[in-house]
Design a protein around this ligand. Structure first.
Ligand code: F0G
Length: 461
């Protein structure tokens, strides 16, 4: 019985109503939010693909686990269950819970990174980059060249450019590189996976210079599935075995459990170095909480521990990766340019190619993201010069980001195929009006992570 359709390997147990605001209501919402989709209220959105972070549906097992949550301030049973699970998946000896991924990053960089340092990554996510820069250090993106070309079809487009890594270490000097990071999957570069061979090669360079390697492990399960299905020699291994091998090349990891922990909140920092872990725990107490809860409730620790197991289920991962690819295939077949191949958690529309008449400093991907909301109430997110560009020091046009993408991130186990069919229609409709779309100007922005709060005004037609 080998049918082609890969079904959702769950049935729906609890439902949440979706509001259906009309076109006038959506236009008013855009105006109020200063054309920043982060400023929309949830009831103004029809299909919310802003992020796959914390937006997934938990399983009945996770909800049952939450009832078992032990809320002891110190030494909670839930912490030990969480620690056992993280240790068994990653192999790291020290497991430090945090309320989400960026808290793990902040603590790691506070204990490991100094002013003037350089931190290479395949591609830093916005919070990772901001946390590195906040320390006065430089965040370097060293993905392979194909990783910056949306149309290049490569199996492991998230790989680190190992030659560029070596050069970066040589030119900065080993002492200025406190750690190397690899993000799996490479979120800002299209949700593209990193191969086991590449992790091994990065490890070898790190060994040569005696530099610790950390994984930004948010989507480690999805990365493991890509290795299983694309990298020779791994087809008969389980996602769990593959994940364990991925982590074995690293000295530690930061994790947002809001992604592949399939939880609504949570994260961790894990590592093997005992001295560094002690320093990290001391800081944790200052900002997050005691080391056996790290800013989470006991019930959150339970939900994460169970989610981390569920994410490695083959039926889940097969469906997950297929459902993203399904949306990608649909809009690609209609001629809409996207990052190829499809990412694990999201489809990335290539706005630079769809809207060549809008220059980067007028934010083509922001313009397209607004249009998807305007036409169909679909909320995606700009990953382009709003998120990664910089105001020019001389007040001229922004220094642009590397790519101009609109990311449609798929929450885990949340939307059905008809929701996704609807999204496909909206994207194709908006793309058909591409030549009418106009750019935007930023009228208000914060000094870092400006995309969350900036306000925009449309440029005249
Ligand atoms: N690293 C990566 C690769 C991420 O994608 C994220 C979050 C983080 C770190 C930070 O984790 O949100 O728990 O503090 N990404 C979300 C997104 C927000 O929409 O891609 P966090």
């Amino acid at each position: 019985m080998d049918y082609e359709t890969i079904i959702e390997p769950f049935r729906i147990h609890t439902v949440q109503a979706i509001d259906l605001p009309d076109a006038d209501a959506r236009e008013r919402a855009l105006l109020r939010a200063g054309y920043n989709l982060f400023g929309l209220h949830a009831d103004e959105v029809i299909i919310d693909l802003l992020t796959d972070s914390g937006t997934g549906a938990m399983s009945s097992e996770q909800w049952a686990g939450m009832m078992r949550g032990d809320e002891s301030y110190a030494g909670s049973r839930s912490f030990y269950r969480f620690e056992d699970t993280v240790r068994s998946i990653t192999g790291f000896s020290h497991v430090i819970p945090t309320h989400q991924g960026r808290a793990a990053e902040k603590i790691l960089f506070s204990v490991a990174v100094d002013e003037g340092d350089v931190v290479p990554n395949n591609t830093h996510f916005d919070t990772t980059r901001a946390n590195v820069e906040y320390r006065g250090a430089q965040a370097l993106d060293l993905v392979i060249p194909e990783g910056r070309d949306p149309s290049a079809i490569v199996d492991f487009k998230g790989n680190m450019d190992v030659g560029a890594l070596r050069e970066a270490i040589e030119s900065a000097g080993r002492d200025r590189v406190p750690l190397v990071m690899v993000t799996v999957t490479n979120n800002s570069g299209g949700g593209q996976p990193v191969s086991m061979a590449n992790l091994k090669a990065v490890r070898a360079v790190c060994d040569e210079y005696d530099i610790p390697l950390f994984l930004d492990a948010c989507r480690f399960g999805e990365n493991a599935w890509f290795i299983k299905t694309r990298e020779p020699g791994f087809e008969d291994k389980t996602p769990r075995e593959i994940a364990r091998e991925m982590f074995s090349y690293a000295d530690g990891a930061t994790m947002s459990a809001k992604k592949d922990g399939i939880s609504n909140i949570g994260g961790f920092l894990a590592m093997n170095d005992s001295d560094m872990a002690q320093n990290a725990r001391n800081l944790l107490i200052l900002t997050e909480g005691f080391p056996t809860y790290g800013g989470l409730a006991g019930y959150d620790l339970e939900a994460v521990a169970i989610g981390l197991e569920e994410v490695l289920d083959e039926n889940y991962l097969r469906y997950r990766i297929r459902s993203t690819e399904y949306l990608a295939n649909r809009i690609h077949a209609a001629g809409v340019p996207i990052v190829l191949p499809a990412g694990g958690h999201a489809v990335y529309i290539d706005a630079a190619s769809l809207l060549p008449h809008i220059p980067p400093h007028e934010y083509p991907a922001q313009s397209l993201a607004i249009e998807l909301y305007r036409r169909g109430g679909v909320r995606g997110v700009e990953i382009g010069s709003v998120m990664f560009g910089r105001p020019a020091p001389d007040g001229g046009p922004d220094i642009p980001g590397t790519m101009e993408l609109v990311r449609l991130a798929i929450p885990r186990r949340t939307y059905t195929q008809s929701h996704i069919d609807y999204v496909g229609e909206v994207v194709i409709d908006a793309a058909s009006a591409a030549s009418d779309l106009r750019g935007y100007r930023i009228v208000e922005q914060a000094p870092w992570l400006r995309h969350f709060t900036a306000r925009f005004t449309p440029l005249g037609s």
